[in-house]
Design a protein around this ligand. Structure first.
Ligand SMILES: Cc1cc2nc3c(=O)[nH]c(=O)nc-3n(C[C@H](O)[C@H](O)[C@H](O)COP(=O)(O)OP(=O)(O)OC[C@H]3O[C@@H](n4cnc5c(N)ncnc54)[C@H](O)[C@@H]3O)c2cc1C
Length: 252
């Protein structure tokens, strides 16, 4: 594995031209783009890339997107949640087509990563598209045959908004040591216990790990969500150095 893939930045990152090879519809508003990136150096689960678009008149726009899967040669996957009044995400979900130029820079980030030789229990807490880098960790765990205990707490508005719904269902059933719990904020499926609500202490307490097991906690989503959950975890006694966060605020 390269130094860069281990999370250490060794040289200024370069832009590489990528090609779309597959598009998967995840929800009515989220899509996974599989990109072929010649020269891709590899990455760790949790890292992200910058994607850059250039218009005919030379105008450029760049945004960050988490890598959705573990390293896979020169293939990378990102999952884009469409922001209705956004500049880049609607282009990526609605217009970007095979053959169109798209530049990729990365991998970026060396702290919000999980290494497959890690043995400490892991708590993943995702809000909305914040599940994307957490899914990369779940997929990497599976690919490495790791038995490290994982718990995912995934907060979404409605059941229709669950990204990777089928795969998560399958993995929760088949991957030993992986637990998946949902928190619905607007409407819940039949049979779900409780009323829709924003994630709170009871959710983090009952679906997380006690601090004395020294888990590593990864929290990702919109800024407000991340701050709420990180505060709850620290309040429960998790040391701040074991609570790693990634905020999906607007880029720039
Ligand atoms: C490290 C990192 C990783 C990220 N990973 C992902 C990912 O895996 N998948 C993904 O879909 N997005 C991800 N994002 C968010 C992404 O970079 C863009 O911010 C998002 O796609 C919106 O870009 P846009 O050009 O469509 O909207 P913009 O034109 O930038 O913004 C349009 C409007 O939407 C608001 N807005 C911008 N971003 C968001 C947002 N994330 N949520 C709600 N409102 C927003 C703005 O304030 C503005 O009002 C990540 C961000 C960071 C910093």
């Amino acid at each position: 594995m390269t130094a860069q893939a281990q999370g250490r930045r060794v040289a200024p990152l370069m832009w590489r031209v990528a090609r779309l090879v597959e598009r998967r519809i995840e929800t009515p508003t989220a899509q996974t783009l599989v990109l072929d990136v010649p020269g891709w150096p590899g990455h760790l689960p949790g890292q992200h890339v910058d994607l850059r678009l250039t218009a005919e008149d030379g105008y450029q726009a760049a945004r960050s997107y988490s890598l959705a899967g573990p390293a896979d040669g020169e293939r990378i996957e990102v999952t884009v949640q469409r922001v209705n009044d956004g500049e880049v995400s609607p282009y990526l979900t609605d217009t970007y087509a095979e053959g169109d130029p798209l530049e990729v820079r990365g991998p970026v980030g060396g702290w919000f990563v999980w290494r497959t030789d890690g043995t400490a229990p892991v708590l993943l807490v995702g809000g909305g598209s914040g599940v994307v880098p957490l899914m990369a960790m779940i997929r990497a765990r599976r690919a490495a045959g790791s038995r490290t205990p994982f718990r995912l707490v995934y907060s979404v508005r409605t059941p229709d908004d669950v990204i990777y719904a089928d795969e998560l269902r399958r993995r929760a059933r088949d991957d030993q040591g992986l637990d998946v719990a949902y928190v619905y904020t607007r409407s819940a499926p039949e049979g779900w216990r409780g009323e829709p609500h924003r994630i709170g202490l009871a959710d983090v307490n009952s679906h997380g790990w006690p601090p004395d097991l020294e888990p590593l906690c990864y929290v990702c989503g919109p800024t407000g969500f991340v701050e709420t959950v990180a505060d709850l975890l620290v309040g429960l006694g998790h040391p701040t150095r074991r609570v790693r966060t990634e905020r999906f605020g607007p880029t720039g």
